[in-house]
Design a protein around this ligand. Structure first.
Ligand SMILES: Cc1ncc(COP(=O)(O)O)c(C=O)c1O
Length: 495
């Protein structure tokens, strides 16, 4: 605990963890400070379908009144959640452990992998982050560095397959195979040391590695190697999953693969603490019982089911894809004009802007990235930095952002970039005490959505219920929730 306190008291870590304004209220994609500054939230991927979505808030409130504790028996909300998740998972992944956080889900995933394989060794991407519990720190290389911990010999680190900035690049036709060969070498190393592979763990689209999308065949080849070595694959969908990348619920589906264990967190509760580990019958059988007092509590379960209903009802898989594509095309037009934007990458609303010194060398420019983040904050846009060299601006907004938000963000980004290039010093943030001319907080977002946030809930709720009902009766739905019809009827009655 001491080391975490130390980390969070380090101002630079605070910058890396997120952004600096103190937020007291939020609605949809907008956040507000006590001084009523509005920010467009491009960073809080936990508020997955939008902050304080009225359907989710009211589902949680009504469940709180009915049943809060769920220990010692199954509750109906838990059974409903499990059933709903079933309908959007591959048929082999039937066993769900509903627990309390992404870290807890990954911790359980490691235990499942160890029990099933009798192995103890793990392969992980350099730059990955999988949580803050003791054994997960070992698989989270930035945390190891920050906490100055030694990694255990059972952890094997490979380069994430970054064709833009990694050691093997897009000018090498064999680059993908060279990244795969690193996994093969790690497996050989494990065998030579007399160890046994338990799992390869990754985010299929890696937010931690800077919204990195691996080449299409990378995972197919890696999965084959891992399975041949007797290991399992854990897909950590905590940050990238639940439709964030558009089109599909899970990012592993973008690569046409099915992992042995999937972990979910953050977005599934839209801010409420919840995590889920999902696996096959064979892997689950190796564990026996698993017990958690709060895991699957009725309020968390009810909220999570509402989140899935909102994603489905508001067609967020489609909108994440189309708004994401629009945002990428806007940002790419900036990329064409300036030397410092090396690459705009990612899928859907899981995007990264790679900031470099110049396009020829592709040398990362973390200081410039930091400067841009600070300037964007002063203009009313919250983003974070990630990637191995902390030179990638991460865009992981709530899935309800619009094309207008995307356009406004791009304009602000281009301004921030121009300013940062001409004033290399990082400006003071809204909580900074810095007094320079560059440090005056600027209330930049003129158009406020605060009224909607504070007084609009009942109206807004009705509007959104209508939308959901329309969508439920639309024939082109991609996902059939088990009790759609019943739900639609109930909603019609409440209007
Ligand atoms: C990919 C990934 N896995 C796991 C976690 C841990 O989740 P939690 O902080 O809810 O324990 C995080 C959190 O940032 C994450 O990004």
């Amino acid at each position: 605990m001491d080391s975490f306190n130390k980390v969070f008291s380090d101002p630079d870590m605070r910058d890396d963890c997120g952004t600096s304004p103190t937020i007291c209220k939020a609605y949809k994609q907008y956040c507000y400070t006590p001084g009523r500054q509005e920010y467009l939230d491009m960073v809080t991927y936990t508020a997955h379908v939008g902050h304080n979505h009225p359907l989710i808030v009211s589902a949680g409130q009504s469940q709180l009144r009915q049943l809060l504790a769920g220990q010692g028996f199954y509750s109906q909300p838990l059974l409903d959640l499990v059933k709903t998740l079933h309908s959007i998972l591959p048929s082999s992944l039937k066993h769900q452990y509903v627990i309390n956080s992404g870290s807890e889900a990954n911790d359980l995933a490691l235990r499942l992998a160890r029990n099933y394989t009798n192995g103890d060794d793990f392969i992980v991407f350099e730059g990955a982050y999988h949580g803050s519990l003791s054994n997960l720190l070992d698989l989270s290389t930035p945390a190891l560095e920050l906490l100055q911990l030694q990694k255990s010999p059972e952890t094997h680190i490979v380069h994430p397959p970054d064709l833009y900035g990694g050691p093997f690049r897009d000018d090498d036709p064999d680059a993908c195979n060279k990244y795969v060969a690193e996994v093969e070498a790690a497996i050989t190393d494990i065998k030579e040391r007399g160890g046994k592979l338990a799992a390869f763990i990754c985010e299929p689209i890696s937010v931690a590695c800077g919204a990195l999308v691996p080449p299409r065949l990378y995972f197919k080849k890696v999965f084959e190697l891992v399975h041949q070595a007797g290991g399992v694959v854990i897909a950590d969908e905590t940050g990238c999953g639940m439709g964030r990348a558009g089109e599909h619920y899970w990012t592993f589906q973008h690569f046409d693969i099915v992992p042995d264990i999937v972990t979910v967190g953050k977005s599934i509760g839209n801010g409420f603490p919840l995590g889920i580990a999902i696996t096959t019958k064979e892997v689950a059988d190796s564990l026996g019982e698993h017990y958690s007092t709060f895991g699957g509590n009725p309020v968390a379960s009810c909220i999570a089911k509402s989140v899935l209903e909102v994603i489905h009802g508001e067609m967020m898989l489609t909108s994440a894809r189309s708004v994401g594509k629009f945002l990428v095309s806007e940002l790419r037009s900036v990329q064409e004009r300036v030397q410092s934007v090396g690459e705009v990458r990612g899928r859907g609303l899981c995007l990264g802007i790679v900031i470099v010194r110049d396009k020829e060398t592709r040398q990362p420019h973390p200081q410039l990235a930091r400067n841009i983040v600070a300037r964007l904050e002063r203009k009313g846009f919250l983003v974070s930095r990630g990637g191995l060299h902390k030179n990638v601006l991460l865009l992981t907004p709530p899935l309800c952002i619009t094309q207008l938000d995307a356009r406004q963000f791009t304009a602000a980004f281009e301004d921030a970039l121009t300013e940062a290039l001409s004033h290399p010093g990082v400006p003071g943030s809204s909580v900074s005490t810095s007094q320079g001319p560059d440090a005056t907080p600027v209330p930049a977002r003129t158009e406020s959505h605060e009224t909607e946030a504070s007084s609009g809930n009942p109206l807004q709720m009705n509007k959104e219920r209508k939308l959901i009902d329309e969508v439920i009766t639309c024939p082109g739905n991609q996902v059939v929730l088990a009790d759609d019809e019943e739900l639609a009827n109930k909603r019609r009655k409440t209007e």
